[in-house]
Design a binder for this molecule. Structure first.
Ligand code: CO
Length: 166
């Protein structure tokens, strides 16, 4: 496994649409492994292939419940809406409030080529929506209702957001 360079906002590759992965070969397995290592190294909860410069529909997510390797994801159902703070490894030192569906159902292929369906809510639903957006060249900053620098946010000792400085 190897760390890959995380592309930052302003890099045109982040604005391109990623291609479907027709077959899961060794190269895709390596890409997914490298993405997991890169995400963990950067202490992120998700990473999409275009963020490491590869325009393929692959995503890794770990919200603290184990690593998910997700290929060709499609949101097949969604309902509700919830506004929460979000950040992105490609947009350092910024966070923003984004409206996302509360519940989603996502169909994808796992690293063994098996079709999977996941029903997600909360942080997992948010992470999936955020990463799938990356595959279509969309950054959360495009959708954010407000954006904050670290100085504009106040956190308590547990790291929970207390208030947004006006
Ligand atoms: Co992101």
């Amino acid at each position: 496994m190897a760390l890959r360079e995380i592309r930052k906002d302003g890099d045109p590759i982040l604005r391109k649409k990623s291609r479907e992965i027709p077959e899961i070969d060794k190269k895709i397995q390596t890409l997914l492994d490298d993405m997991v290592e890169t995400m963990e190294d950067a202490e992120g909860v998700g990473l999409a292939a275009p963020q490491v410069g590869i325009l393929k529909r692959a995503v890794v997510i770990d919200i603290g419940e184990g690593v998910m390797k997700i290929i060709n994801p499609k949101i097949i159902e969604s309902d509700g809406e919830v506004v929460e703070l979000e950040g992105c490894l490609s947009v350092p030192n910024l966070s923003g409030n984004v409206e996302r569906p509360e519940n989603i159902k996502v169909q994808y292929t796992d690293e063994n080529g098996e079709e999977q369906t996941v029903e997600a809510t909360g942080l997992l639903a948010r992470a999936l929506c955020h990463e799938i957006d990356h595959l279509d060249g969309i950054l959360y900053t495009d959708k954010a209702l407000e954006l904050f620098t670290p100085d504009e946010l106040k956190f308590d000792e547990d790291g929970e957001l207390v208030s947004e400085d006006e």
